[in-house]
Design a protein around this ligand. Sequence first.
Ligand code: SAH
Length: 232
Amino acid sequence: MERLLCNKREENFLIVSGSEFKHLKALRLRKGEKFEVYCEGRLFLASLSEVLKDYAICSILEEIEKPLPKPSVVLYQCLPLDLRLMEEVVDRVSQAGAVRLVPLMCRRGFREIQKVEERLERWRKLSLASFKQCKRPEPMEVSTPLRLEDFKPEEEVLLLLDNFTANLTLRDIDLRSKSYGLVVGPEGGFSREEVDFLKSRGCLPLLLKPYVYRSEMAGAVAVALIMNLARD
Ligand code: SAH
């Protein structure tokens, strides 16, 4: 079923305008046709009531309340030197099922916090676009950037993706936990001190097989594997 976004609700009606209105027209939806609309943090099943010049009016049929799949996975991704690569990370990791993406600033990655903050809105829009495409129950949250030294994760199991020193693979990890935090390094990998610091914060080094992934791929692979292999 198609899914559209809107930010205006009037009682039982949702008003779809702007680029989403263009999308609705491109889909050639007809009056009475049903689709999903995400508005103000809630997902509705709606039907098309009226198409006007600049907007469409949809009637709410019911609220869709799907539980988030378990477990909950948060990806701490070191920022690539070319910030544009984060756009791929946002899209892939959202499809793979992470609940939250935390841009992490480390020694060999991008570190100008102001420039990172300027990109947040774009990354959050991409997360919404991915939510429309992959039909997640909720969009993946994109957090404000975090310095590695401020890394104080709350997830039950913390895994440091490490193609240098790790000898644990996913088969060695207990996949019955409720929440996982995954940390992925930048193109150049983590420094020795950073690996020691992350281990001191409780991270277990994890090796993905069989080769070396690009930083912007490694997180998505790990998230997808955990979402598929973990037991409820
Ligand atoms: N420059 C490094 C590669 C870094 S890959 C080298 O030459 O080996 C970037 C990041 O992706 C790494 O820091 C790690 O977090 C993750 N990564 C890539 N491949 C991986 C693998 N096979 N296992 C675990 N982590 C991996």
